[in-house]
Design a protein around this ligand. Structure first.
Ligand SMILES: Cc1cc2nc3c(=O)[nH]c(=O)nc-3n(C[C@H](O)[C@H](O)[C@H](O)COP(=O)(O)OP(=O)(O)OC[C@H]3O[C@@H](n4cnc5c(N)ncnc54)[C@H](O)[C@@H]3O)c2cc1C
Length: 286
């Protein structure tokens, strides 16, 4: 389907990267209409569509989100692509260092990004390193040195491109195309927008979300409410919460706190919330 020229289709990411939306199949009403094949009853209103889409994501009825597809072209450092390709449900095509000499583009982080190893998180970064500027200079010199050798092997000595890249650093940029349905993208975003994901891939995930949600605002709002910003508690955590809160919530207080029912918080959702509180022992059954 042609892209809407009034909407944004590309975002720069990091120093030389980007995400570019190439194609979209479906629109914001597609998950609703795909789901309604079950009953054969067409949506009566925008509100009815919103209610159904929110219900589906809330209850992880995910197949109606598989009928809408987004294709992106992405330029990213190889280290980001390596993480990205762990998401096996996308279809990928990547430029090949066997067929062409790759463009001389390398990622160098900003000084604020260059941090000490985090103390508590083995995968993460901690406070900014005081020697960040020097490290960036040195990384950049190494990249230039590699680039000069790579070019010489290919252009002066006619070494096969597939071997000339032998020492290519993971900071080197490469370009690939990723095609996935809305559910694939939700799963990817859930993991890669999280604070635990590496900063670099997080920046790409944020950009993907901004571009994709323009075409599926209703689904993305539901994704945000029920997946991205939702909190799930383990049994132990729920037990601790109950202990800390002490007295149970009164039925009166529960009723008073409920917002007026509407498509973004239906009577049914309010009842589901009541059942959760009962299960957690925070509200009595009557
Ligand atoms: C913060 C973070 C740290 C990570 N650290 C590491 C690490 O140190 N080492 C490492 O190797 N990986 C690491 N990963 C990658 C991670 O283990 C997953 O491979 C990656 O996040 C893709 O997730 P996925 O398998 O859910 O996605 P996809 O491959 O897109 O799969 C989507 C869903 O499809 C289903 N599925 C797909 N394939 C199968 C299958 N073969 N069998 C059963 N179900 C399947 C699953 O339900 C899965 O959730 C990390 C990821 C994150 C977000």
């Amino acid at each position: 389907m042609p892209l809407n020229p009034k909407l944004e289709s590309e975002k720069p990411v990091l120093d030389h990267g980007y995400v570019r939306l190439l194609d979209v199949m479906g629109d914001d009403s597609s998950p609703d209409s795909d789901a309604r094949i079950s009953t054969g009853v067409a949506a009566r209103s925008e509100d009815a569509q919103t209610t159904l889409v929110r219900f589906l994501l809330r209850h992880k009825h995910t197949t109606p989100f598989e009928g809408s597809v987004l294709k992106f072209e992405i330029r990213a450092p190889i280290m980001v692509i390596r993480e990205w390709h762990r998401h096996r449900t996308f279809s990928y095509n990547e430029e090949s260092g066997r067929y062409k000499q790759l463009d001389p583009l390398y990622y160098t982080p900003t000084p604020e990004r260059v941090a000490y190893q985090a103390k508590s998180n083995h995968q993460g970064s901690g406070e900014q390193h005081p020697d960040a500027e020097r490290f960036i200079r040195e990384w950049s010199e190494e990249q230039q040195e590699f680039e000069a050798g790579y070019t010489e092997l290919i252009q002066t000595h006619n070494v096969a491109r597939e071997l000339a890249r032998l020492n290519m650093p993971v900071s080197h940029y490469s370009t690939f195309v990723a095609t996935g349905n809305l559910l694939n993208w939700f799963r990817f975003l859930q993991l890669r927008m999280d604070q635990n994901a590496q900063y670099e891939i997080r920046m790409y995930a944020n950009a993907i979300r901004e571009l994709a949600k323009q075409y599926f605002p209703r689904s993305f709002e539901a994704f945000n409410d029920y997946w991205l910003e939702a909190v799930s508690l383990s049994k132990r955590e729920a037990d601790l919460l109950r202990q800390m809160l002490g007295a149970a919530i009164s039925s009166d207080n529960f009723t008073k706190a409920q917002p007026a029912p509407g498509p973004s918080f239906t009577k049914r959702e309010s009842e589901e919330f009541r059942q959760k509180l009962i299960r957690m022992g925070l509200l009595s059954e009557q």
